[in-house]
Design a protein around this ligand. Structure first.
Ligand code: Q9C
Ligand code: ZN
Length: 344
């Protein structure tokens, strides 16, 4: 399987993140993508190719022009205002506060960040743009005939909304790839999100649409980030009714419960009958993950790959979360090798 990857992801390096009220070394760090690329080379999963550049218009099929403009101009505005550290929101925008577009950079950050887990740095825009190019290039490889491809994206994407960043995510890579797939002629695309966290951004982007099915297995939002979306009764609305499916599971579950939920979700995807499958491939459901609370083993990730390979769809894998750096390479390659019916 071809992997798309670029070292440009390193341009985003927030160094610290806010965790339980403290600034701690970032869990979402450049090393994450580098160890996965190293492991792909060591195992010989397949060729690693660089992404090609896609125009801004392709991103604007999912994100608002004003949000893209904000991300693209943020660092220049931030430094012009005299700041040198990471950008964080200073005010929360909730619906009863109105929906104005502030002119000052502090106001814009508050307008476009929905939590405190997506610090904005000097290189965030360039890295996020490269990450979207990685997902789009992987999608293009599959569209041109490959059975599958892996977009080794960083920063991740599934918590990013149409016009806001959060949860380490700035551009929604899986959503951008799904939209590109439709624009290339597909009628229906399914996104399967196996990251430990619910992909609230992806769900929100497609909630009212029938051309993209979104399904996720994740930590119950009653106890797990992102808290406000991911409940089982969220099934889509309007013409999107029936095309959103959530399987929240309690913290602590192991492979048994997790695969039981996955099998149910795969049945629903089969009924939907997508032209292509996009997998939001987070591996933070791993038992050793430092910020997540499921108990999947490295062997379970091989099984996940086999399971997905058996579905028969053209498949684009898009990397999302996973923070147990020592096991990250193995867990990701186990999925990819399992998909191709190989065991490492
Ligand atoms: N104590 C992804 O895996 N931090 N994002 C939550 C809870 C944010 C995860 C802190 C986690 C974001 C792509
Ligand atoms: Zn996650």
């Amino acid at each position: 399987m071809i992997t798309v990857f670029t070292a440009d992801h390193r341009l985003h390096d927030s160094k610290v993140e806010l965790f339980a009220g403290k600034l701690v070394p970032s869990f979402e760090k450049p090393e994450r993508a580098d160890v996965v690329a190293d492991r792909i080379r060591a195992v010989g999963v397949g060729e690693i190719v660089p992404p090609r550049d896609f125009p801004l218009d392709v991103l604007a099929r999912v994100h608002s022009r004003s949000y893209l403009e904000f991300l693209g101009t943020f660092w220049a505005q931030w430094t012009a205002a005299g700041y040198a550290h990471n950008g964080y929101p200073t005010c929360e925008r909730t619906w009863w506060m109105g929906d104005r577009a502030p002119g000052c950079v502090e106001g814009q950050v508050s307008r476009h960040c929905h939590d405190f887990a997506a610090p904005l740095t000097s290189g965030t825009w360039r890295a996020a743009r490269a990450s979207a190019n990685v997902a789009l290039s992987a999608q293009e490889i599959v569209r041109k005939g490959a059975r599958a491809a892996f977009g080794l994206c960083r920063p991740p994407g599934h918590h990013a909304y149409i016009d806001s960043c959060g949860g380490y995510c700035y551009l929604n890579n899986a959503a951008i790839a799904a939209q590109a797939c439709l624009d290339d002629g597909a009628a229906r695309v399914a996104i399967l999100d196996v990251d430990f966290h619910h992909g609230n951004g992806t769900q929100a982007i497609f909630y009212r649409r029938s051309d993209v099915f979104y399904g996720s297995v994740h930590g119950h939002p009653d106890q797990c980030y992102p808290y406000f979306l991911g409940y089982a009764d969220e099934r889509g609305s309007g013409s999107g009714e029936g095309f959103n499916r959530n399987y929240p599971l309690r913290p602590g579950v192991d492979g048994r419960a997790w695969f039981a939920a996955l099998e149910e979700l795969l049945k629903e995807i089969r009924q939907y009958g997508p032209d292509e499958l996009i997998v939001s491939l987070g591996v933070d459901a791993f038992e050793g993950d430092p910020i997540s609370r499921f108990r999947l083993s490295s062997t379970d990730f091989s099984r996940l790959g086999e399971c997905l390979g058996a579905q028969g769809y053209r498949t684009v894998f898009v990397f999302e979360g996973g923070y147990a750096v020592d096991a990250l390479g193995t867990n990701v390659t186990n999925v990819l090798e399992g998909f191709e019916g190989r065991h490492s």
